[in-house]
Structures are given as structure tokens and as C-alpha cells.
Design a protein around this ligand. Structure first.
Ligand code: PLP
Length: 447
């Protein structure tokens, strides 16, 4: 069990064993940077990118990284250098993409609420593809394209009305979701777009949810969309592009991983190749362009979050591990009952897999004044843990640092990147001084 996640492992020394990410000791990082902090492995990120490219690019499927999963500029730069495009959902993300080195042409702009200001800025920057989410948005974009006499390439995001077996908060293609348009709305939108010499509708897009572990929902959605495309063809509209979105699931082992591998066996989880094979065979007859927008699957397993134990609070009926990390640093458990494997940074030499006698049951919580500030219930962790010990949350590369906030006036955690035996700060902590810099002791008069 030495290899925990890609590039993360326990290494023994004379007294104990301790966690290393690539060739950097987590403990040594913690002696330099205040906890909690995030730390990512460059090698793990590159491995994911290479695996994704190897699965999809030979099939001529274009990859756009959905940067909302992790938009740190240093990581984006690596993604851009590897030649991927990027999927954005706000103008802030566009600025990140451009400054990280992505070509505007390789940007896909998704999202249900793009404002006139955002659409205008993106058109003027030359963003390559707009995924439209409503006829109302189409009307606004036509006005902008005509006014600036700029060619604008769009796809219409449809809602394929697919139910997906994932947490209800991360389904996006079911009936009644706010995302995409109904199939019936596509034809009127194509008709409306004909009035603009500048706006082109080239195809259809979908994104059916996140953390999906089977190919079936993709295949169902693709079949429905193909039927729609054939019908539109009989009406005289030929569409040549398909964007299938992201959502490929990853394996989050839970907090019991020290004692058993309860996250399911590796073979229960699909790889990029599995998704690619399924998509390619479903679209064997398709002549046009295909693209995808993976987010989580490229970054979830590349990072850890490191935290220090503030107290071991012994009480009845529950004992608590109170960490210095909280829901503001890592929101997924509070937001969608996600579990992240949690392991000690140091273990005694003999305790590679502690026996049950050496384990205690703890609820693991943060210091924030909310009951949802709970990372794990009844976690089985070594009974010799003590205040001051370091703990590591695994699989915290996606939808973690990007969601951090300053609730309870807490600082925003730093992000680090390791590359072999080197470590870099890729986001400094946002401190109290930074956070209050925009507040006034004496109110600024506005009106
Ligand atoms: C979030 C999102 C993605 C990425 O989803 P993952 O589950 O992280 O792969 C892709 N496309 C769109 C439109 C999204 O909103």
C-alpha cells in the first residue's frame, strides 16, 4: 500500500515513515508554509494529460480542459503547454486562460448566465466557440456579433434529459435542470441565427453531469442527439460539430483507506480509454468534429491538502479530531457530502496498516461555527494521533482550492506545486490584511 495516489507514498526513515509527494517531504513543506495548504504534483498532472491525449487525440477528439475544476495559473500554463484547449464559464476565467497562454481560438465559453459585458469581451478577444444555453442568449450574441461585425462560432447546448447516477447536486442534463435548451427549441434558434451574417451555429453541445462512472448516459445522450441532428438535416440544417462535455468520474477513496480499500477496486472505474472507445463507436458514422471538456478527471488525483490537528477532543459518545482546516478551505464535504481520504503524514514504522486495536473512531471536523463543517464521521484513524500532528486529505486537486473562501474571516490557503525534488508556491495564502484591504472602517459615500 505504499503508493497511495499517483506520486504520493509513505517512505520509511530510521524512526518512522512519512508522506512524500514526488521527491518532496510533506512534513518539510509544512515547516515552510502555514497549514492548511494545497500541494499538487506536476508529474501527476502531466500523466493525466498524457493519458487523456493518448485516449482521445488518435480518434481526432479535441480536448478542452474545464478550468473551473482548478484554475491556478501555474497549472493552466502546464495544460496550455501540452496543447489542450480550455472550457471557461466566466470572463474571469477567460482572462486566466489568455494569461496562461491559451489561444483565444482554443477557448470554449460555456455557462447559462453569460452577461452582455462578458459576451462582448469574449467576442472582441476572439474566443473560438460559444456554447449557447438559451434563445435569449442567442439574441444577445447576434446583436453583439452584428454590432462589431465579428464572426462568432457557436454550438447550442441541448438538455438531453438523461438521468445520471451521481449526486443530485452535480447532474446537469436531467429534465428541469437549468442547463441547455429543450430539443424543440433548437430549430427556432437555427432559424433565428440565419438572420445574422456574423453568427454561425455549427453544432450541438451537451454536458450531462459530473463524477459519472458508466458510459451508458453518454451513449443515451449521443443517440438522442444524433436523432435530432438527422431531423434537422431533413429541415435543411447541417450541423458539423459535437461537444460532449466532461463528467468522467474518478475514484475517491474514502477515509477508511488506511485499513481497507473501501473505494472499490480499480477495475470498477473507467479510464479515459473506456470513455473514448464508447464515444468513438457510438459516433462511428459521424463525419464532423468532436470535442470533450474534462475537468475533474484531469486534476482530482494530482493534489493533497495538508492540515494540522488542533485538538483531539475526547468526549462521549463521539471523539473528535479538530483540524486547522475547515469547510472554507475544502468545501466538497459540506456542499455535496463528498468524502476525501484522510491519512496521517507520519506513521510509526510498524503501522503501515494499523491493526484494529491501534485504531479509534473519530469524527473529523474543522473550527468553523457550522455543523456541516465536518470532513468525516466515524473515521477509523490511529489512536496515537495527537495535537500538532499533520494530516493529509487526498484527491483534492479538483473543485477544492477553487471553492475556498474566507468565511469566519479565515485566510485562503496557499497552493504549492512539486516537481521531482523541488517545491514552488503557486498561490500565496490570502491573508487577513489582503482580505480586509477592500473594506472601509469609515463608509465610502456612494450617493
Ligand atoms: C463543469 C463542466 C465541465 C467539467 O466537468 P467535470 O465533471 O469536471 O469533468 C465540462 N463542461 C461544462 C459545461 C461544465 O460546466
Amino acid at each position: 500500500m505504499t503508493q497511495l495516489t499517483p506520486q504520493l507514498r509513505y517512505l520509511p526513515n530510521a524512526q518512522q515513515q512519512a508522506l512524500w509527494l514526488e521527491n518532496v517531504s510533506i512534513q518539510q513543506l509544512a515547516s515552510q508554509v502555514a497549514t492548511p495548504f494545497y500541494c499538487y504534483s506536476k508529474a501527476a498532472l502531466l500523466n493525466n494529460i498524457h493519458a487523456c491525449k493518448a485516449a482521445f487525440e488518435p480518434e481526432n477528439i479535441h480536448i478542452h480542459y474545464a478550468m473551473k475544476a482548478n484554475s491556478n495559473l501555474s497549472l493552466l500554463r502546464i495544460v496550455a503547454e501540452q496543447g489542450l484547449g480550455v472550457d471557461i464559464v466566466s470572463i474571469g476565467e477567460m482572462h486566466r486562460a489568455l494569461s496562461a497562454g491559451f489561444d483565444a481560438q482554443d477557448i470554449v465559453f460555456s455557462g447559462v448566465g453569460k452577461t452582455t459585458a462578458e459576451l462582448t469581451a469574449a467576442v472582441l478577444a476572439g474566443v473560438g466557440q460559444f456554447n449557447l444555453e438559451s434563445k435569449e442568449e442567442l439574441a444577445v450574441l447576434i446583436t453583439i456579433a452584428n454590432k462589431h461585425q465579428q464572426l462568432v462560432s457557436t454550438l447550442i447546448r441541448v438538455n438531453p434529459e438523461i438521468t445520471v447516477d451521481t449526486h443530485k447536486n452535480i447532474t446537469t442534463g436531467a429534465k428541469g435542470n437549468k442547463f441547455g435548451v429543450n430539443f424543440d427549441d433548437v430549430l427556432p434558434m437555427l432559424v433565428a441565427a440565419e438572420h445574422s451574417p456574423f453568427l454561425q451555429v455549427n453544432g450541438l453541445a451537451m454536458h450531462i453531469g459530473s463524477q459519472i462512472h458508466t458510459t451508458a448516459p453518454y451513449l443515451d445522450a449521443i443517440a438522442k442527439i444524433q436523432t435530432l441532428i438527422s431531423e434537422l438535416k431533413t429541415q435543411g440544417y447541417t450541423l458539423t460539430q459535437l461537444d460532449l462535455g466532461g463528467g468522467f468520474g474518478v475514484q475517491y477513496k474514502d477515509h477508511q483507506m488506511l485499513t481497507s480499500n473501501t473505494g472499490g477496486s480499480e477495475s470498477d472505474y473507467l479510464t479515459f480509454n473506456d470513455f473514448s472507445n464508447a464515444i468513438t463507436s457510438a459516433l462511428a458514422d459521424w463525419q464532423g468534429r468532436i470535442s470533450i471538456e474534462p475537468g475533474r478527471s484531469l486534476v482530482a488525483d494530482i493534489g493533497v491538502m495538508v492540515s494540522e490537528i488542533t485538538y483531539i477532543k475526547e468526549s462521549q459518545p463521539t471523539s473528535f479530531i479538530v483540524l486547522d482546516a475547515a469547510m472554507n478551505d475544502l468545501m466538497r464535504p459540506a456542499l455535496y457530502q463528498a468524502t476525501h481520504a484522510l491519512i496521517p503524514v507520519q506513521l510509526p514504522l510498524q503501522e503501515q496498516v494499523p491493526s484494529t486495536a491501534q485504531l479509534n473512531s473519530y469524527d473529523v471536523v474543522g473550527p468553523i461555527c457550522e455543523s456541516t463543517d465536518t470532513f468525516a464521521k466515524s473515521a477509523q484513524l490511529p489512536n496515537d494521533l495527537a495535537a500538532g500532528d499533520l494530516m493529509c486529505f487526498l484527491y483534492t486537486g479538483a473543485y477544492c482550492a477553487v471553492m475556498s473562501n474566507s468565511y469566519n474571516s479565515r485566510p485562503i490557503a496557499a497552493e504549492l506545486l512539486v516537481d521531482d525534488d523541488q517545491a514552488y508556491v503557486i498561490r500565496q495564502a490570502i491573508t487577513q490584511e489582503n482580505l480586509t484591504a477592500f473594506e472601509q472602517h469609515t463608509a465610502l459615500k456612494l450617493l
